[in-house]
Ligand binder design. Structure first.
Ligand code: AP5
Ligand code: MG
Length: 215
């Protein structure tokens, strides 16, 4: 099974992808996470991406489709994939079709997380992650069970993203509206789009996604 989680910044793509990884053994391919890893490692891709990401703009289609292709090549054919934050433009959607086709995969579901934009700034500015394992938290909506200790790995160091400030979030939302939302009709024409109320609480969103995926 190969699925796309689509939605604006802060919609809950990463949160729900982590649930699917834990509950269904799927693999999450987040271009945002992969680019942040490249920035941290100081690779040539990371050097190109850093300023673009900090401004909230989109990294080039060639770079992101390249890293998705490389990531797919590391997976066994039967592993289910969750695309989180990719594709984000019409050329990326076209590349994804080619990348999947070349590997004998097909796209089963595109799940759009529908959210109220006013809530997104609040979600994003309150977000932090475990510095050790990357598990995601929120100052109010998802706190660790024991304060200061990661539920998943027991780590005690947490970090915040440099692009998680209000000004950059507004640019990221504008990029989503202008370049990403317009790719939905491509998938609607194939009859594979489902919509989920992303304003519901995290468990309810996960249950709705589970209903769509079945089994
Ligand atoms: P990326 O990392 O993909 O960021 P994004 O799309 O802006 O999305 P976010 O990660 O901010 O939000 P999310 O939907 O994952 O929300 P989350 O689950 O964390 O991209 C970053 C940058 O990289 C881009 O700006 C661009 O520069 C570059 N890039 C990446 N991919 C690219 C591509 N394909 N092409 C070009 N450039 C690319 O949730 C947010 C918070 O809310 C969390 O704290 C969570 O706990 C909380 N929360 C989640 N769900 C709920 C809920 N239901 N109720 C209450 N709280 C909730
Ligand atoms: Mg994310």
């Amino acid at each position: 099974m190969n699925i796309i989680l689509l939605g604006p910044p802060g919609a809950g793509k990463g949160t729900q992808a982590q649930r699917l990884v834990a509950e269904r053994g799927m693999v999450q391919l987040s271009t945002g996470d992969m680019l942040r890893a490249a920035v941290k490692a100081g690779t040539p891709t990371g050097l190109k991406a850093k300023a673009v990401m900090e401004a909230g703009e989109l990294v080039s289609d060639e770079i992101v489709s390249g890293i998705i292709g490389e990531a797919l090549d590391k997976l066994s054919p039967e592993t289910g994939v969750i695309f989180d934050g990719y594709p984000r433009t019409a050329p990326q959607a076209e590349s994804l079709d080619a990348l999947l086709g070349e590997r004998g995969r097909q796209l089963d579901h595109v799940i759009e997380l529908e959210v109220d934009e006013d809530a997104l700034v609040d979600r994003i500015t309150g977000r932090y992650t475990c510095a050790t394992c990357g598990a995601g938290y929120h100052d109010r909506y998802k706190q660790p069970k024991v304060a200061g200790v990661c539920d998943t790995c027991g780590g005690t160091e947490f970090k915040r993203r440099p692009d998680d400030n209000e000004e950059t979030v507004r640019t990221r939302m504008a990029e989503y509206r202008a370049k990403t939302a317009p790719i939905l009709p491509i998938y609607e024409a194939r009859g594979i789009v489902s919509r989920v109320d992303g304003m519901a609480d995290i468990d309810a969103v996960a249950a709705a996604i589970g209903d769509i995926l079945g089994g």
